[in-house]
Design a protein around this ligand. Structure first.
Ligand SMILES: Cc1ncc(C[n+]2csc(CCOP(=O)(O)OP(=O)(O)O)c2C)c(N)n1
Length: 355
């Protein structure tokens, strides 16, 4: 009923995926500069995880559900989410779909089946198990996919989510991006298992580990997991082994808890993929430079468009929960706007939202 996954990526497809990987890297580099220059408050990169993100999302259909953590902006861009919206979320301004209510990097888009991430580690794992059961009951062949880090495998929600998915044989794929650290805590200090994918067996879930710099291997493992899930053969845990090349976020200094030279032992997914493509004769250094220039310019232009936009107005605080605002919230909105009108010239809003 469903097509068997192909074991390798055709070269033109691999080039296409490589371009998405480069886009993530360039956006990360630019966003960190925005953070360092005080223009956005916070950022987390996917540096070292680009093949994990793109190799997995590329094995899915746009109708499959994603339950991400905070390093998977690349999945959303891969699915066609506008760059302006992605960057607007970092600024929390009027093109931010989350209206400035979330931390930067906590994107969500119902249209792209990219469910709102929570900062609380591991919560998305149970949501994805439930999403998998929903997909199974609907019977359309959709799968649900969740992304989380090595640290999240020690959270209660990992146990709950995999127990549920294994028991109900949900079409869920648990993608654990093992980047070696949960902030400052190395994997070896938070878990006694020799590999995290071994945990799957106790839940009746297929488990497998794959190298994080190997785009094709990731894509193949994911395609096979998707195939099993769509066939009704239940969930998989895919551990993607890589290294977090940057600090945990823009808020910490990794030099305080790990030696700088450690990163050099881990292959870079971008360089590995680029070299593979050049080695196959389907890519060149000149094309690479042109790509970096083109994507960098797109990002720069999007920032120039988005950065000047205003922040959401204070009245937006009261939107999106109730179809009809209850009287006590109407009173609070009026009181807030009346108060602000005294200092910030918001009289027009008071008139727009009278009691
Ligand atoms: C339940 C919970 N505990 C602790 C934290 C603080 N915290 C934020 S990120 C993080 C590390 C997560 O590491 P990992 O799951 O490996 O993901 P990574 O950031 O490496 O991608 C921690 C401990 C949190 N957000 N939620």
């Amino acid at each position: 009923m469903f097509p068997q996954p192909k074991p390798t990526l055709p070269s033109d497809e691999m080039v296409r995926l490589y371009e998405h990987m480069v886009q993530i890297r360039l956006l990360d580099e630019r966003a960190i500069k925005l953070q360092r220059s005080g223009r956005i408050g916070f950022y987390v990169t996917a540096n070292g995880e680009e093949a994990a993100v793109i190799g997995t999302v590329a094995a899915l259909q746009p109708t499959d559900w994603l339950f991400p953590a905070y390093r998977q902006i690349g999945c959303l861009l891969y699915r066609g989410y506008p760059l302006d919206s992605a960057i607007g979320q970092l600024f929390g301004n009027t093109v931010d779909a989350t209206k400035g209510r979330q931390m930067p990097c906590h994107h969500s888009s119902a249209a792209h089946r990219f469910v709102s991430p929570s900062s609380v580690i591991g919560t998305q794992i149970v949501h994805a198990a439930g999403g998998g059961l929903t997909a199974k009951l609907q019977g359309k062949g959709d799968v649900s996919v969740t992304y989380f880090g090595d640290g999240a495998t020690s959270a209660n929600d990992f146990h709950s989510g995999l127990t549920f998915a294994g028991a109900y044989k949900t079409p869920t794929i648990f993608v654990c991006i093992n980047n070696q650290y949960a902030i400052s805590l190395p994997v070896s200090k938070q878990c006694g298992a020799s590999q995290l994918s071994d945990k799957a067996v106790g839940y009746g879930v297929h488990g497998e580990r794959v190298a994080g710099h190997d785009l094709e291997a990731i894509h193949t493992a994911m395609s096979q997991a998707v195939y099993r899930a769509r066939q009704g053969d239940g969930p998989s845990l895919i551990e993607i082994l890589t290294y977090r090349k940057d600090p945990h976020s823009s808020s910490d200094d990794a030099n305080r808890y790990r030696p700088a030279e450690e990163a050099e032992q881990w292959p870079d997914p971008i360089a590995t993929t680029r070299d593979t493509l050049i080695g196959r004769g389907v890519w060149s250094a000149e094309q690479d430079a042109l790509l970096i220039g083109r994507l960098g310019q797109q990002i720069q232009q999007a920032i120039q468009r988005v950065q000047p936009l205003p922040l959401p107005g204070p009245e937006s605080l009261f939107e999106d929960v109730y179809a009809t605002l209850p009287p006590h919230l109407q009173q609070q909105r009026h009181a807030l706007l009346t108060e602000l009108s005294k200092t910030a010239g918001q009289q027009a809003l008071v008139e727009e939202f009278p009691l």
